[in-house]
Design a protein around this ligand. Sequence first.
Ligand SMILES: [Fe+2]
Length: 328
Amino acid sequence: MADTAILEVDSSLDEARWAAVLRRDPAMDGRFVYAVKTTGIYCRPSCPSGPAKRGNVRFFADNAAAEAAGFRTCKRCRPDAVVVATAKDGIAGRIAALDWPRIDAELDEGGIGLLGPLLSPTECSDLRSFYEEDHRFRSRVVMQRHGFGSGEYKYFAYPLPDLIGDLRAAVYPEAARTANRWRAMLGQDPFFPDSHRAYLKHCHAAGQRRPTPLLLRYGPGDYNCLHQDLYGPEVLPLQMVILLSEPGPREKGGDFTGGEFVLTEQRPRMQSRAEVVPLRQGEAAIFAVNERPRQGTRGAYRVKLRHGVSRIRSGQRFTAGIIFHDAQ
Ligand SMILES: [Fe+2]
């Protein structure tokens, strides 16, 4: 009985994928690939080549899975060129290739900058699978018990998994640069050193020694109340989030519905402004932890930010959070 149910769900996913191939939907590029058994070649959904026979087609979550099954890339649609984030590029290279002037401008305008696709579907599923591996974590938090919302999260233990550690080290210099620029806007001297290693030394000397990167898991009905990720007086005022699940209904290849990332900003003597942040699987954003300067007509002033997650309506949603300061 259980097997039948699984087969039905899987075949409805494949039917949605096949429909995307028939309409050559470019919006589905990067979400899956399809391979043709008779030619040994795999393509992106929008490949302009003539349609194959449905019976000869197999679907894969990403390029790596198709290649592992022995298929080669189509020279016409180049599925290997679609996903910016592939395992071939190191994390440092991907971070260096981002459009930081644009991200900085978004941070100054709204307190959040979109990094775009950063992790491949395989990397996302690897990180999701870590959630069940308790030896990787130092603690687990059930949000209901603390009034934080509904759902749960786990803080990684040191040493961090390579992917998380590499992301934290590679994004830190950009975050520190913005943090120092924000300090300058408020008339403060630069404070944050260039390397994360040096900054962590400072946190540890201040008694903040426990790692803060985390994985969060939400199911139907779960949500995360608006909050700020402060873990002691030492704060690097930017942090990163990466969505590890694909938004959208199951029949369209998604993992969950609802569950939007929400950021609110409160200016002095004004009501809060809310922003819903569009992310897809593997995409990341960097945003203000607690406050940031905003340029006014008479100089810069501080605005307060909070973030959270709206209620999940169906499915399961995983995210990774990377905070640069350590915890008390
Ligand atoms: Fe948070």
